[in-house]
Each structure stands twice: as C-alpha cells, then as structure tokens.
Design a protein around this ligand. Structure first.
Ligand code: RET
Length: 223
C-alpha cells in the first residue's frame, strides 16, 4: 500500500493538470489503507484478535474516496454533486450497517438482517455504476473513460463481493442464522488480499486513464 502510494504520488508530474486530483486520490486511498494496516498489525500482535474496528474505520474513509473517483472521472460528462452524494451516502450506510452486524450484534438472529440491509446499499452502488447515472455519464463521454468506468464497475461487482462473502462466512449467522464456522484469522487474510487488489487495482485503472488522456491531449496540442 505504501509502495503504491509512492508510485501514484511520484507519477503526479507525468499526468496533465486535469487528471492530477484523480491520481492524487488514488494515492490517498492506498496511503490511508497503509496507515490503518500499521494500526491493524499492532492491534493484532498485542491482542491476538481480529482488528475489525480499524478495518471498518479504514473502509469508512477509503470507500467514499473510491466514490469520489467515480465522480471525478464522470464530472466532465455531467456528473453533479448529487451523483457524488448518492454514492457516498450509500457507501456509508453499507459500512455502518455492516459494522453493526459484524461487531455490535454478531449473533445468529440479527447479523444476517444487518448484512442484508447493508447489501441493499451495496446493490444501489452496483446499480449506479453499471446502469444508473454514473454508467450513463461514462457512456456519454465514451472512449477511454467508458473503458475505465467499465473496469471500475467490475471491481465493484467482483472485487467488492469478497467482503459480503467474508461477512457471510465469518460472521456467526451471517446468512439466515447459518454458522459456517470459518476462522476469523482466515477471513482477515481474505480481506487483506481483497484490499490490496481493490485499492491498488482501482488506483491503477484511474492512473491508466489519466496517462492515456494526457497522451491524447499532448497529441492534440501538437496537431
Ligand atoms: C478498500 C475497501 C473496500 C473496497 C471495502 C468494501 C467493503 C464492502 C463492499 C462491504 C460490504 C458489506 C456488505 C455488502 C454486506 C455485509 C457487510 C459488509 C460491510 C462486509
């Protein structure tokens, strides 16, 4: 995460000014994650327990920033702050409800209800980026932007699905009261890998888009 941050921020000079905020945010996401991973390691080493609280604090900061990325890339083709707030509020609702189910009421009868409600917010984000306004604005922009939005939407679909799956398997009663008995330590590894793929991968898609658009701008300038 730290290496990715260094990469994104050092590459800032290589992209045109229009794309700097997006690449800056990519680095901010991996930076915030890196800081929280240091906290999580210390917490785990000293207590031997899963650092669920720090994980959620990290998500609560980084997932809304990923929503900001969707907004930043579609802003020029029509996305407004209303689009941004829809994404951000859905992500906050998703995470807060998930935290309640995983850390506050992690018993058989309640955690699946919190998980299901959280899942509704997740599907709303999924809808917005695949078919809703974010997808529409990306379509309007076309070209590199459409490709980038599609790729990011796949991250939301497949990459993000790791988390509810982890919730179902790792939380007692995460699915209609079923206990899958999956070890919390195993789930931590799954989340760690998921975070690396989702945060660094997501940032690289933004970076690639920024590079391609910068090149196109330079070619247009020369012509
Ligand atoms: C970098 C961290 C990311 C992209 C985290 C994403 C987290 C989620 C998409 C979590 C979703 C959940 C549900 C859809 C239901 C169960 C509870 C959650 C919070 C695990």
């Amino acid at each position: 995460m730290m290496a990715a941050t260094a990469f994104f921020w050092l590459e800032l000079r290589e992209v045109s000014s229009k794309w700097r905020t997006s690449v800056l945010v990519s680095g901010l996401i991996t930076f915030i994650a890196a800081v929280h991973y240091f906290y999580m390691r210390d917490f785990f080493v000293s207590s031997g327990e899963s650092p669920t609280f720090f994980r959620y604090v990290d998500w609560l900061l980084t997932v809304p920033l990923m929503c900001v990325e969707f907004y930043l890339i579609t802003r020029k083709s029509g996305a407004t702050t209303s689009t941004l707030w829809k994404l951000i509020s859905a992500s906050v609702v998703m995470l807060v409800l998930g935290y309640v189910g995983e850390a506050i009421y992690p018993n058989e009868t309640q955690s699946w209800i919190w998980g299901a409600l959280s899942g509704v917010a997740y599907f709303y984000i999924f809808y917005l980026v695949w078919f809703g306004e974010v997808a529409q604005f990306a379509k309007k922009a076309g070209g590199n932007l459409l490709v980038a939005n599609k790729t990011l939407a796949w991250f939301v679909f497949v990459g993000w699905a790791i988390y509810p799956l982890g919730y179902i398997l790792g939380t007692k009663g995460g699915l209609f009261g079923i206990d899958f008995g999956v070890d919390a330590g195993f789930m931590d590894i799954v989340y760690n890998i998921g975070d690396a793929v989702n945060k660094i991968g997501f940032g690289l898609v933004i970076y690639t888009l920024a590079k391609k658009e910068t090149e196109a701008e330079q070619i247009a300038l020369k012509a």
